[in-house]
Design a protein around this ligand. Structure first.
Ligand code: DAH
Length: 350
């Protein structure tokens, strides 16, 4: 067979193989078979040199045209196969609903805090704030809490080390008057002092915030928790005002069926002092008659003296609620630790 006669059949079979290649790997195989350095078409090209001068021009032209045709076919088929490979395996169903973005939610403790703040705002209270890293004076001394009070013990309070060793000086801490001076506040009551130091009566504030105690975590304790402090100072403020206000707030917050009980108690910064117990159908469901929710009382005259208010003129009440307790009641949650685990399966229920 002459040289020219070989070109057309070889080209045809190469075209057929290239066009029929089912995927990119098969296409590459076909390319190597015909156009690779040891390929059949390349072999034909190599024979060109053996032809006579007369034959060469026509043969060269024919084989180059054929080669160009093969290369175009190869490129086209490669593009088709690449497109096919990039397509999803499953056909797209355009009637499926779109993906929904899930909205975040406020933490249940934030929700309860915001509700309490809203209720107090309606009766003219303003929100105040203070530092979580507090000094002993504002957390204890100014609140009339004596140096040997158990709450000031290292067992109960986190002190901030005041030397470079990084450890709280435990031996000093036990001695009155020599305790390290900075701590994580154990209650929001420190903010009462900071506000009264800065402003003259009348005062009507609430202070939501985080507090810290050296408690081991269990179903009802956590080393960090939230309180909301309240302080009302004016002329002729009475225990009746305190009771009326607290009752109004809890009814707004937890419904009309709630019952409150004021039980005599002791706090160094109030006199008389009370604990507020709470009863509702839900508390009964928990198998209890009463649940302790808050401490409160009439601001102690010594506290007024400490901030420079005249106790002969001013009277006032103060309270501190635990937010977690209220949230647990409201949402029927039986373990305080759930609030702090950040498990979205828990959080998204509220
Ligand atoms: N600070 C108290 C506590 O942490 C709660 C409390 C009681 C706050 C009486 C007050 C108060 O303001 O007057 O248990």
């Amino acid at each position: 067979m002459g040289f020219l006669d070989q070109i057309e059949p070889l080209k045809q079979s190469a075209l057929e193989e290239l066009r029929a290649a089912p995927d990119l790997a098969a296409l590459e195989q076909a390319r190597v078979q015909f156009l690779g350095s040891n390929g059949r078409f390349t072999a034909l090209l190599k024979q060109l040199g053996t032809l006579s001068k007369d034959e060469k021009p026509a043969a060269g032209k024919a084989i180059n045209t054929a080669k160009a045709e093969l290369e175009v076919t190869l490129a086209d088929r490669r593009q088709e196969l690449e497109l096919k490979a990039a397509q999803p395996k499953e056909p797209t169903d355009f009637t499926l609903p779109g993906r929904r973005r899930t909205f975040g939610k406020r933490h249940p403790l934030t929700q309860v805090t915001e509700d309490i703040v809203r209720i107090f705002r309606k009766i003219g209270f303003a929100v105040a704030d203070g530092p979580e890293i507090e000094d002993e004076y504002h957390c204890f001394d100014a609140l009339n809490t004596p140096a040997d009070h158990p709450a000031r013990d290292l067992q109960d309070t986190f002190y901030i080390a005041d030397d470079k060793s990084g450890a709280a000086p435990a031996s000093d801490a036990a001695k009155p008057g020599k305790m390290p001076s900075m701590l994580l506040r154990t209650h929001t009551s420190s903010v009462q002092i900071r506000v009264m130091e800065k402003q003259q009566p009348p005062v009507r504030i609430i202070v939501p915030g985080r507090v810290y105690r050296r408690d081991n975590a269990d179903a009802t304790h956590n080393p960090t928790f939230q309180q909301i402090e309240g302080l009302y100072v004016d002329r002729n403020v009475t225990v009746g005002d305190l009771k009326g206000t607290v009752e109004y707030v809890f009814k707004e917050l937890l419904g009309d069926e709630v019952k409150l009980r004021f039980r005599p108690h002791y706090f160094s910064y109030t006199e008389p002092s009370f604990e507020i117990d709470f009863s509702s159908p839900m508390v009964k469901k928990m198998g209890k008659e009463w649940l302790e929710l808050a401490g409160c009382g009439m601001v102690h005259p010594q506290v007024f003296e400490n901030v420079g208010y005249d106790p002969e003129i001013w009277t006032g009440w103060a309270f501190g609620f635990g937010i977690e307790r209220i949230a647990m009641l409201r949402y029927e949650i039986n373990d305080i630790r759930l609030f702090y685990e950040n498990d979205t399966r828990f959080l998204k229920q509220f």
